[in-house]
Design a protein around this ligand. Sequence first.
Ligand code: KMH
Ligand code: ZN
Length: 275
Amino acid sequence: MEKLIITAAICGAEVLKEHNPAVPYTVEECVREAKSAYDAGASIIHLHVRTDDGTPTQDKQRFKAVMDAIYKVCPDVIIQPSTGGAVGMTNDERLQPTELLPEMATLDCGTLNFGGDDVFMNTETTIKYFGDKMIERGIKPELEVFDKSMIDMALRLHKKGHIQKPMHFDFVMGVNGGITGELRDFVFLRGSIPSDATYTVAGIGRFEFTLAAAAIIDGGHVRVGFEDNVFISKGVLAKSNGELVAKVVRMAGELGREIATPEEARRILGLKPRK
Ligand code: KMH
Ligand code: ZN
């Protein structure tokens, strides 16, 4: 079994300091959270950025400032900017961080009701447009799927040349509006991707660690972080993203799975070296 790649989704676009005071907004806070996750064993940082007051932004300069500052203290880490941004942003607004030519970026593979009455829009034309831009810019997409139909969309768009193999999926499970985080649904998604694909699982809220356990056992990879969950255990806030990563490292240790370094993660995912 390959070593375990841990991704830390340190910030997100929706979670606020009101939910957990350690949620980062400023450049310095993002660096603090990224370093805590990296030191604990994360090889990938899934990154959203905010203005200092917490408003989500896809501004290219803000991404550059945060990414440069993270690379200063975690020089070999893989930074994976979000192209999902926040609900309501335009496609070109969302794509801005890909102009910085990161090694990876997310590619959201369908539209869904997002946490209630918001609609996270990703039409087929949008997904093709994002897929083409990532091929053009040499960026490996992490295919974010919030439901089984989004795997089918990714496979269809691979056949049409908009997404390349080997594909790497992120099963985001437990969003209100998407697939649940039940084990039955994990098995369904996991069995629906090509045999040469890799995957990570991001369990939302209470599903974070149960799904992490499933992926550790299954040979998949794991995403944790404040974007998905702010609790280290029932009712107890995590002090940092690093604390969430450390829990996954302990779980993996108990289950006999070694942790991948960023270099090992690059090999497993077939990433092109950072420009
Ligand atoms: N903030 C969500 C609307 C991604 O990063 O690509 C979208 C999201 C997905 O978080
Ligand atoms: Zn995200």
